[in-house]
Design a protein around this ligand. Structure first.
Ligand code: A2P
Length: 280
């Protein structure tokens, strides 16, 4: 595991990313991202639809961190699917972030058969734009988010570049095993959004008891559990103490029997946002 995962194109990606979903544009996101960068995070995950790319960009700039040391991810939103709109959306994202390249660009949600007759074509057209950006060297890696095997399979038949990442909801009680196994088989790194169940898991008694044994917080336990399962966690916090705490997970290892107990947990933190059922 170490400090990085290696993507299927050999690019290294820092093994814990700072999630920025639900951190408001302006002061809140500028302060949170600056705090993350000074604390030691090298990997920031944002998206056009979060509405906070300008603040993320401002924080990166003001932090004075060397751009080459950072790993910045963003995502194309659902209203911009297709080849031309995606290229345009990418330009807007770069401009808002005040950057001249991205490290990773993702399709935020798949077009699905419940929404479109030509959903496979739409996903492929969006993917072609990502392939083009990758070939042009404007992004170092490309991938998917919230894609399940049934959405990835048709894409793989047409793609000339294999996705490097799939970012899905993943937390104790919601392991999406079929999707993770599919991604592992295809050498696609899985990233976990809502690794703490958006905070809902922090009061879980099973997790509290295990965390206590290691003298760690439930948040730290969840983050380490994600890593030990070979998945890249993207914890979000806007609180300096928690931002720091979420990075302090290198000084303990969860024993196999505790991993098993967590792996067996029933769902209690799920967002309810299923890719085939969302209405956005
Ligand atoms: P806050 O942003 O107010 O600090 P997830 O990463 O699963 O989306 O969870 C994010 C939620 O968990 C946010 O509400 C965040 O609160 C909270 N959170 C993040 N890290 C911690 C922590 N170390 N301790 C307690 N709550 C945390």
């Amino acid at each position: 595991m170490g400090n990085n995962f290696k993507l299927n194109n050999e690019v290294l990606i820092p093994s814990i990313g700072f999630g920025t979903w639900q951190i408001s544009e302006g002061k809140a996101v500028v302060n949170a991202v600056k705090c993350a960068l000074t604390t030691g995070y090298k990997h920031i995950d944002t998206a056009a639809v979060y509405g906070n790319e300008k603040g993320v960009g401002q924080a990166i700039k003001e932090s004075g961190t060397d751009r080459k040391e950072l790993f910045i991810t963003s995502k194309v939103w659902n209203t911009e699917r297709g080849y031309e709109p995606t290229l345009k959306a990418f330009d807007q994202t770069l401009s808002d972030l005040q950057l001249d390249y991205l490290d990773l660009y993702l399709i935020h949600w798949p077009a699905t058969k419940n929404q479109f007759n030509n959903w496979e074509q739409i996903n492929y057209d969006t993917w072609r734009a990502l392939e083009e950006l990758y070939r042009l060297g404007r992004v170092r890696a490309i991938g998917l988010s919230n894609f399940l095997p049934q959405h990835i399979e048709p894409l793989l038949e047409q793609a000339t570049i294999l996705p490097m990442v799939n970012q899905i909801e993943y937390q104790p009680g919601y392991m999406q095993t079929e999707c993770v196994e599919f991604c592992n088989k295809h050498n696609i790194l899985v990233e976990a959004w809502s690794p703490l169940g958006s905070g809902k898991l922090l009061k879980n008694e099973t997790l509290q008891a295990i965390a206590k044994k290691y003298n760690k917080s439930v948040a730290q336990l969840c983050i380490k559990w994600v890593l030990q399962n070979g998945i890249l966690p993207l914890p979000k916090s806007a609180t300096p103490k928690r931002i720091k705490e979420n990075l302090e997970v290198t000084d303990f290892t969860i024993e196999l029997k505790d991993m098993d107990t967590i792996n067996q947990m029933i769902p209690s933190g799920i967002s309810g946002l299923h890719p085939d059922r969302v209405d956005f």
